[in-house]
Design a protein around this ligand. Structure first.
Ligand code: GDP
Length: 350
């Protein structure tokens, strides 16, 4: 008897170790099985070609169930209160009957082993909530690669029924552009006091924002009000947004949970406003086109950089260019010529 139980247990274990088929993944994801969703995301994040191809198949099959969500990008310098804010706003949003997925794009996570969202002590209440799904930033060598994986994860989360997607990023540079290119609304968190230069925020990021919130307003209400006024004045000087949306500056305290419902109301009005003027759909179409082009671009670069003949020719041509013996244009043309020649060779061989 004991033997039979042992065998059953072993079969069960072996089955659970077995790779699911794409359709089994889809079934699990559609049923809201978080473990299966997590496994599918791991496939997308994997560098193993077989995992990647199964991951792509799952993404394609999830596509008909995606899109029905609101995607919110959140940025701000480390320490501004992003995770505290996401936890507070996230719980507020769940209370309104939504299901929330929180993702992150952190180009530094490779070095720091998953800095944002990686730390389990962040977002304690949200991470144990059954209506929330939290996933740290994928690691990767290039920001483009990391961002593309997150873009695919958005599709899986939407197919799993998460109708609100928050994507967090650190407010230090290029990753904002990546988040901006996959979200419907971009929220910038700032600290009370100090201009944007002082806070290390680039002007371009302030221009991208659909809403600016001065967090930690509980620490120094007067300074917070001054910062709010200063940013309101700055925003007035920017050209009108393509969405025709008027950017507001609000105060909040993520810690004291103050000002959050006002922020959420703004986000909701933006959604209504852009859905009625057609911008919402137009922006998503443009974003899809951007990811199509971006993926081709990075795929071609990979093919190019891994080509043996290209690798062999680069040092010689680089040296010729830096010594002024050859123009950069001719050198680049020669390199592209080698690549084109290789491609012709490959197509006649196949
Ligand atoms: P992140 O690095 O941007 O994610 O910032 P965190 O959410 O980790 O917050 C950094 C610190 O600021 C933590 O000690 C938080 O408790 C604190 N903090 C966040 N929001 C507020 C706030 O609204 N008021 C106050 N007083 N402290 C806050």
């Amino acid at each position: 008897m004991k033997n039979k139980d042992d065998i059953r247990q072993r079969i069960k274990k072996a089955r659970s170790r077995q790779q699911l088929s794409a359709n089994e993944f889809i079934d699990g994801i559609r049923k809201g099985d978080r473990m299966i969703l997590g496994k599918a995301i791991t496939l997308i994040e994997s560098t193993h070609p077989e995992h990647q191809s199964l991951g792509h198949e799952i993404v394609e099959k999830c596509l008909p169930f995606a899109n029905a969500s609101f995607r919110l990008g959140i940025t701000g310098v480390p320490g501004v209160g992003k995770s505290t804010f996401i936890e507070s706003l996230g719980l507020h949003v769940i209370q309104q009957g939504h299901r929330l997925a929180v993702l992150a794009i952190d180009p530094t996570s490779d070095m720091t082993k998953g800095s944002i969202l990686g730390d389990k002590t962040r977002m304690l209440h949200l991470s144990s909530h059954d209506k929330a799904f939290i996933r740290p930033s994928p690691a990767g060598k290039s920001l483009g690669g990391v961002a593309r994986k997150t873009r695919e994860v958005v599709i899986l989360c939407e197919a799993a029924g998460y109708d609100q997607i928050f994507i967090e990023t650190v407010g230090v540079g290029q990753s904002e552009t990546a988040v901006h290119s996959m979200t419907d609304f971009f929220l910038l968190l700032l600290l009370p006091g100090g201009g944007d230069e002082l806070q290390g925020i680039k002007r371009g990021i302030v221009e991208m924002a659909d809403l600016i919130a001065v967090n930690k307003s509980d620490t120094n209400p007067l300074l917070a009000k001054k910062a709010k006024q200063a940013y309101r004045n700055a925003v007035h000087l920017f050209p009108q947004k393509e969405s025709k949306w008027t950017v507001k500056t609000l105060l909040c305290s993520a810690l004291q949970q103050e000002g959050l419902s006002e922020i959420w109301e703004q986000i909701r009005s933006y959604q209504d406003f852009t859905q009625s003027n057609g911008y919402f759909v137009a922006k998503r179409k443009l974003q899809a086109k951007y990811w199509f082009e971006e993926t081709i671009h990075s795929g071609l670069m990979q093919l190019f950089q891994h080509d043996t003949n290209i690798k062999n020719a680069i040092p010689r041509l680089e040296a010729a260019v830096s010594e002024g013996k050859m123009s950069p244009f001719l050198a680049a043309e020669q390199l592209l010529g080698i690549f084109r020649g290789n491609m012709d060779e490959n197509s006649t061989n196949s």
